[in-house]
Design a protein around this ligand. Structure first.
Ligand SMILES: [Zn+2]
Length: 455
């Protein structure tokens, strides 16, 4: 027997079940750093559930035929299924913090992320920041990647599962994908400064600043200056990484960039060649009073003789000019001031980063206090520690010793977390729109798309 009443009741129940499940989860989430983001998700999910309930009520027992009523129920049920997917997409990212495999790494990453991100805003730590901090989560990808609130479309093309991010028009939560390799290699925490650069760059001065930064590179690049244009965004992010986490970022990048000389001298789409990238970081570090040259030399990379790689020759020739151009941009000088960059933090042996490295190596006391910059200095110290205890050690440490260094590093980053509020004053709903309407549009389209593509 068919019953449109029973079907309608079923759909109604499914929405209630989803809302109950969501409520229970929301009440249990322990993520003070992300309350704003959670509120944004909750407002859209609950809003969409209410709107869907309205749709279910609209399916009346006196539909023209039972077939019509069933057809409408199927449509709404598909939309409910999509609502589950959206909810679970975000839930899984929060829930990783309760997963034994990821917990410590993410708690450490949360602190480093906050330290690199919060530095850009008001100095008083009891003030709400205007932008929500990105939510780091572990992915099965090789490289980290920051997804800003406006990057929903990037997600769609990148990975089908991430189509769900399109559900919110703009992401209510900027996301920070961390590579799974960060679990065994906590020195990868030192990549977070670069990723946060992607979130900060548009805040510095919107597209006009991106354009200005790009033009500064092209002008400094001389005859082959045009080649530098497409690298502007990644170079800005490298620069942001440098002023937040110091010269050990050069060592960290080198772990991914070093390859055979033909590869290391080849220009890339959004980055200069690996060797030029490292040289530029070194020149920039020097410009800010950091030990850039010494760091680059310590890697022992011999540049190729002139004439072998013409593109490399012309890029390497202008590295110092490019570094100077960045240093001279007033916007960059303002960011340096804002984030409270101090070269002394990175002074060899005595700087705060070196003190943390001493602590991680078990050869010094834990530095006092939890200033905002402490967590990111732990990330820098992690790179120094791995260099000394693993890469430069006469013998590789035994597994148990290495695991102890990992745990000590993560715990240090967590304990260095600065006090103060972490919520943001960013609006949690789309302006001028009833909560849930953006999401409901997405659910409707996604459900229709399902019908079109099913055979
Ligand atoms: Zn990047």
């Amino acid at each position: 027997m068919l019953s449109s009443n029973a079907r309608r009741q079923q759909a109604q129940h499914e929405i209630e079940r989803l809302v109950d499940d969501f409520d229970q989860w929301e009440a249990a989430v322990q993520a003070p750093q992300y309350t704003t983001q959670l509120k944004a998700i909750a407002s859209e999910v609950r809003g969409a559930a209410i709107l869907l309930q309205g749709r279910v009520k609209g399916i009346t027992a006196d539909s023209p035929s039972i077939g019509d009523a069933y057809g409408s129920c199927v449509q709404v049920e598909r939309q409910i299924t999509w609502l589950w997917r959206v909810y679970l997409f975000y839930r899984e990212k929060f829930d990783q913090r309760e997963d034994d495999r990821f917990r410590e790494t993410l708690h450490a990453a949360d602190q480093v992320t906050w330290s690199c991100f919060r530095a850009y805003f008001d100095e008083r730590l009891d003030v709400l920041v205007p932008e929500p901090v990105p939510l780091p989560y572990i992915t099965d990808e090789y490289s980290p990647m920051a997804l800003r609130r406006s990057d929903a479309s990037v997600l769609i093309s990148k990975n089908e599962r991430d189509t769900l991010a399109g559900a919110f028009g703009t992401l209510p939560v900027p996301l920070l994908k961390l590579p799974i390799g960060m679990i065994a290699n906590p020195w990868c925490l030192n990549l977070i400064g670069h990723e946060i650069g992607h979130v900060i760059m548009p805040l510095v001065g919107g597209n006009a600043f991106v354009q200005k930064f790009r033009e500064a590179l092209v002008a400094a690049g001389g005859e082959a200056g045009k080649a530098w244009g497409p690298w502007a965004v990644e170079i800005f992010c490298d620069w942001y990484g440098l002023i937040t986490t110091g010269p050990w970022i050069i060592w960290t990048f080198a772990q991914f960039e070093v390859a055979d000389m033909a590869t290391m001298t080849k220009r890339r789409g959004s980055y200069p060649s690996p060797l030029v990238r490292l040289q530029l970081m070194s020149a920039l570090a020097n410009r800010y009073g950091l030990s850039g040259s010494a760091m680059l030399q310590s890697l022992g990379i011999s540049p190729p003789p002139a004439g072998l790689y013409p593109d490399y020759d012309s890029d390497t020739a202008v590295v110092c000019d490019v570094a100077n151009a960045i240093f001279d941009l007033p916007e960059c000088a303002a960011v340096v001031k804002k984030v409270g960059f101090v070269a002394d933090d990175f002074a060899k042996a005595a700087g705060l980063a070196a003190q943390w490295a001493n602590y991680l190596r078990n050869s010094g006391a834990k530095p006092d206090g939890r200033p905002l910059r402490a967590a990111r200095l732990v990330a820098a110290a992690a790179a120094e520690t791995w260099n000394d205890l693993v890469f430069a050690a006469p013998q590789l440490p035994a597994d148990a010793a290495l695991e102890a260094i990992r745990q000590r590093t993560r715990a240090a980053a967590v304990s260095a977390g600065a006090p103060g509020v972490r919520a943001s004053s960013a609006p949690t709903t789309q302006p001028d729109k009833e909560p849930g309407t953006v999401l409901l549009d997405f659910l409707t389209q996604a459900a229709e798309e399902d019908l079109r593509t099913e055979v």
